[in-house]
Structures are given as C-alpha cells and as structure tokens.
Design a protein around this ligand. Structure first.
Ligand SMILES: NC(=O)c1ccc[n+]([C@@H]2O[C@H](COP(=O)([O-])OP(=O)(O)OC[C@H]3O[C@@H](n4cnc5c(N)ncnc54)[C@H](OP(=O)(O)O)[C@@H]3O)[C@@H](O)[C@H]2O)c1
Length: 342
C-alpha cells in the first residue's frame, strides 16, 4: 500500500474504552489514524499507549480537541481544513454520561455538557469536515449511539425514556437544562436524549448527502452494555457518585447475569463498521449488538426507535443545532484547502 492509498481515518473518543480498542485494531492493521483527544496530555498518553502496543508512529496523528468547548472544536477543525488531508471515515465515538449527578454542568458556551459533547460537538465536526471526507473515493461516517435511545430496548426502559418532545429547550437557545424543555435535570434521560440526537443526526446527514447526489454510508450503532474493569471509562462519574452502587451493578450485570459485552469485542465491532465491505451500503443504517441471552450477543441491522425514524424531526434537530452553534461561537468560513487528496 502506498502512502497515498493508505486509508485515513479520524476518530473522537480514542483515548479510552471502545474507541481505544478500535483504534488499536485499525492502526495495527495499517490504517492512518487522526485521534482527536480532549487535551494535549490525553493525546500524548493515547499515542504512547498505541505505540507501546506496536503502532507505527507514522500512522498516528493527534490533535487536542475538547468536545465540551465548541470554540476548541471549531479551532481544531480549522487546523484540519488548513492541512487539507483526506479522510476516508469520520468516526464520531466520544461520549459521556453523568448518571447520579443531580445538577447540570454547563460548557463555556452555556450548553448542558452531555448534549454539548455527545451531540453538538459532533454535528459541528460534521459541518466542518465533510469537505475532507468528500476527497475520499469510499467515504463512511460511523456514529456511536446506543440502544438506550429506544424506549422499547432493555436499557431504554430503565428510568425515564428518551424523548425530545417539541425540543422546547433547544428552541430556547443556550442555557437549557433538557432538550425537551424540562427545567428539572435528569442526567440519565439527558444521556438517552443525546443518543437519540445521534441517531437523528445520522439520519439527517444521510438525507442531505443523498440530496446532493452523494451516496455515502452513514451508520449509527449500539455496542451493548460495556462495563470494563478498572477505574476509568464510561461509568467513571457514576462510580464517583455512588461507588458501592456501581460495584453492585457491575457485579450483577457483568459477572452474574452476563448481560455485558467486552470492550475488546465492542472495539472490534466499531472497527468492522469502518472497514468491512459488509457495511458499505450507501444511506443511513442502524446496527445493534443485541443481547440474546447471558453472554450471547448478535450484531445486526436493527430498526431505530419510532422517534429516531422521524425524518422531519431529524431535519429540525440539525437546523436547531446549527442555529445554536452559530449563536454561541463565531463560525469562520472554511480556509482555502490545499488540493492534496492525502
Ligand atoms: N459503555 C457502554 O456501556 C456504552 C453503551 C452504549 C453506548 N456507548 C457509547 O460508546 C461510546 C464510547 O464509550 P466508552 O464506553 O468507550 O466510554 P469511555 O471509555 O468513557 O470513552 C469515552 C471517550 O470519550 C472521550 N470524551 C469524553 N468527553 C470528552 C471531551 N469533552 N472531549 C474529548 N473527548 C471526550 C473520552 O476522553 P477522556 O478519556 O479524555 O475522558 C473517551 O475517549 C460513547 O459514545 C458512549 O455513549 C457506551
């Protein structure tokens, strides 16, 4: 493979969990990865870790991007546009949840943090970096969502269900607590709502691309419940809030009932969506790593929730997010891009 032919992938959330596992697999298979990590330190730690595992440093590029700060997202996107390198896939995988936290946290732009990181930052990345994806002959977009976006899924039934209503919060501009306009914060629902937004974002992106005559696979997917051992990872905030409760939850869900997926398999699934020919069908698709029974999952194409299938809501969400972004940060015109395809 020549340098020019080497597939070039961009990923968020590569510093931990599912994204780290997928990045390891992809970089060891010879793909070139641009890792967007929260801070310069997280960038260094992640590339050191991958190099310790055998990655060729020439196949790694890191760029700090704090998804909780839209100014930072915009700045880093501008840098990538100035460099002008092609991307063959945009892998939007970073995400957080703050279950157990009672009061909402807000970003520097006054956006509730779960929505800002999981949804808004990723839509801004798409809005800015699509020109680099269009340089690819076989582009893909992969978005890590979750089955909890669906009120009839196992996880989606626990607690208050996902639901954006008429998006009154989002309509009201920065400072809202919940997208549906509820002023009472529910961290678990805020997470479910953000994952519903991810599904709708993917659906609307595929529609827009199709309208432009671009037939590109846009996939949202759910890894299943993944509770890695150790201190960091997806449940870090819940563990801080309620260490005993989380330990009990992990013991029951992971070790006794075996309802969880391993982080290694979830990483493999993400990597396969990015590179396998099985996932090259243009348009929107949703895949779920469905739990069949203790220790048994099947990765399959699945319907989204009814709300996640609402094309007009998807269009409205995209537009409202676009308006919110331009209300809270200055979005500069894209710089002139070098013609290079690599
Ligand atoms: N684990 C599950 O059970 C599960 C189930 C369904 C869906 N998911 C989804 O899977 C994706 C990956 O989750 P995971 O389980 O791998 O969790 P994780 O280990 O906590 O990884 C999350 C990643 O997102 C990054 N991130 C969070 N906030 C960020 C910010 N402000 N700026 C930049 N990066 C940020 C983290 O960076 P740092 O390491 O620097 O914090 C980390 O790399 C998420 O979208 C999650 O919603 C997970």
């Amino acid at each position: 493979m020549t340098k020019a032919d080497q597939p070039r992938l961009l990923i968020t959330g590569a510093s931990s969990g599912i994204g780290l596992e997928a990045s390891r697999r992809l970089v060891l298979d010879g793909y070139h990865l641009t890792l967007l990590c929260r801070t310069p330190q997280r960038c260094r730690e992640t590339s050191d870790r991958l190099e310790d595992d055998g990655a060729d440093p020439d196949n790694l590029d890191v760029l700090p991007m704090d998804l909780a700060d839209l100014e930072d997202v915009e700045r880093s996107c501008q840098q990538l546009l100035e460099r002008g390198h092609r991307f063959d896939a945009l892998i939007l995988n970073a995400g957080l949840q703050s279950v157990g936290v009672r009061e909402p946290l807000f970003t520097p732009q006054g956006i509730e943090r779960t929505f800002a990181v999981n949804q808004l930052a990723h839509q801004l990345i798409l809005m800015r970096l699509l020109p680099l994806l269009f340089k690819s002959r076989q582009p893909r977009v992969v978005i890590t969502a979750s089955d909890v976006h669906n009120p009839s899924s196992g996880g989606g039934r626990v607690g208050r269900p996902a639901g954006l209503g008429t998006m009154d919060g989002l309509h009201s501009g920065a400072g809202f607590t919940m997208v549906d306009g509820d002023s009472a914060y529910d961290a678990d629902k805020a997470y479910k709502d953000s994952k519903l937004c991810n599904v709708l974002m993917g659906r609307e992106l595929a529609r827009q691309l199709q309208e432009q005559g671009r037939f590109i696979p846009v996939m949202a997917w759910s890894p299943g419940l993944v509770i890695p051992r150790g201190q960091g990872g997806f449940f870090r905030t819940s563990r801080q809030q309620n260490p005993l409760g989380l330990a009990l939850f992990a013991l029951v869900a992971r070790d006794l009932l075996r309802l969880t997926e391993t982080v290694q398999t979830a990483g493999e699934l993400l990597a396969s969506l990015v590179i396998d020919a099985d996932y090259s069908k243009p348009g929107f698709a949703y895949y779920s790593n469905t739990l069949l029974g203790p220790g048994r999952h099947r990765f399959q194409s699945s319907p989204t929730s009814e709300e996640g299938a609402d094309a007009s809501k998807a269009k409205d969400l995209w537009l409202r997010c676009e308006q919110l972004i331009s209300a809270v940060i200055q979005v500069d015109p894209p710089p002139a891009m070098p013609e290079t395809s690599t």
